[in-house]
Design a protein around this ligand. Structure first.
Ligand SMILES: Cc1cc2nc3c(=O)[nH]c(=O)nc-3n(C[C@H](O)[C@H](O)[C@H](O)COP(=O)(O)O)c2cc1C
Length: 321
């Protein structure tokens, strides 16, 4: 499958592993890249010094391109991480919450392709104005920090606004080849998938997280500020229910994040095998979660997404004959 995205990133398949903080670490990133998509390290939850280690581990597992995602909400995170991104041999950098022009210029001068997460059309316009090479249009269905506009409505509007200048990647609630075919039909050049890749042997996750995803139905997630102070789609549980009933107890970002950490309900980024209280734990997940019924190797997911999308496109082509 060839799109502007596969050409830009020099990859085989237009399937990107989302840079999920705490989850998209070296084993998962390498597995997706090795299968012909592109893996993106989720560096936002990494401790100081961990990003270079993780990048080296990815390199030990694959010679194919990979990326790094950093949030820019935490002051100083991008500045300190960007040199690691350059030194560690990443092909792409994705900014979770906007990216300053000087950072884009620095990355470009080191031959690194820059993308930006966008939940609104104006975010995409600003990203392209800042020099970004592609944008990810992330709908509200997405796991993690998310906006209010749905993927189905957002993607074509972002395509109309910036699609003549840069490739647009669709995200939020996509989990299989039907989603990739639909994204292409909306004018996108590929998909950026998170939640589906958590239910893999390669994903880093505390005990109970993957099980919670296998058990969850499509309406078992909620957008809650209870873990970070920002709107974040997570598996609904006792902790989110408490703050839904008591919104006056919510603090602003980042105080709410500190409060959740103090309460022992946020172990995102902790090693696999960590025991947590699953009834209160921070488990970001998108609305596609109801479709996830088994743990599947990440490479198999990439291959089946592409095969299924090709079959869907063939079927649609036959309809018009
Ligand atoms: C566990 C988890 C952590 C995430 N962390 C980040 C992050 O650190 N930076 C970021 O840009 N997006 C983050 N996201 C959002 C993803 O990049 C992506 O947009 C989203 O997962 C796509 O929707 P889906 O989960 O329905 O596939 C995260 C999502 C999840 C599920």
């Amino acid at each position: 499958m060839h799109t502007r995205l596969t050409e830009l990133l020099e990859i085989e398949h237009p399937v990107m592993l989302a840079g999920m903080g705490g989850v998209s670490y070296h084993a998962l990133v390498a597995a997706v890249s090795e299968a012909g998509g592109i893996g993106t390290l989720g560096a936002s939850t990494m401790r100081p010094g961990q990003l270079p280690e993780e990048m080296q581990l990815v390199r030990s597992l694959t010679a194919k391109p990979f990326g790094v995602d950093l949030l820019t909400a935490f002051e100083g995170q991008v500045e300190s991480g960007i040199q690691d991104v350059i030194d560690g041999g990443a092909s792409i950098f994705v900014a979770g919450l906007g990216v300053p022009r000087e950072v884009v210029d620095l990355l470009h001068s080191n031959n690194i392709i820059v993308g930006s997460m966008c939940g609104k059309v104006r975010h995409a316009v600003a990203a392209v104005t800042s020099g970004c090479d592609f944008v990810v249009a992330q709908g509200t269905e997405a796991g993690g920090h998310t906006g209010l506009v749905a993927t189905m409505a957002l993607v074509p509007q972002v395509v109309d606004a910036v699609g003549d200048k840069v490739p647009v990647v669709a995200a939020g609630g996509l989990f299989d080849g039907r989603g990739l075919a639909a994204a292409l039909a909306l004018g996108a050049d590929g998909v950026w998938i998170g939640t589906r890749f958590i239910a893999t042997p390669e994903a880093q996750a505390v005990n109970g997280y993957k099980d919670a995803l296998l058990a969850a139905l499509e309406d078992d997630t909620v957008i809650s500020k209870s873990y970070t102070g920002k709107t974040c789609r997570v598996v609904r549980n006792d902790w989110t229910n408490h703050f839904e009933r008591n919104p006056d107890e919510l603090q602003k970002f980042p105080q709410q994040a500190f409060a959740a950490a103090r309460a022992g309900v946020n172990h995102l980024g902790w090693p696999s095998g960590t025991d947590v209280d699953a009834a209160r734990e921070f488990m970001p997940a998108g609305q596609g979660v109801g479709a996830i019924n088994e743990i599947t190797p990440a490479g198999d997911i990439v291959r089946s997404i592409v095969a299924e999308a090709e079959a869907v496109i063939d079927r649609l082509t036959a309809v018009t004959r």
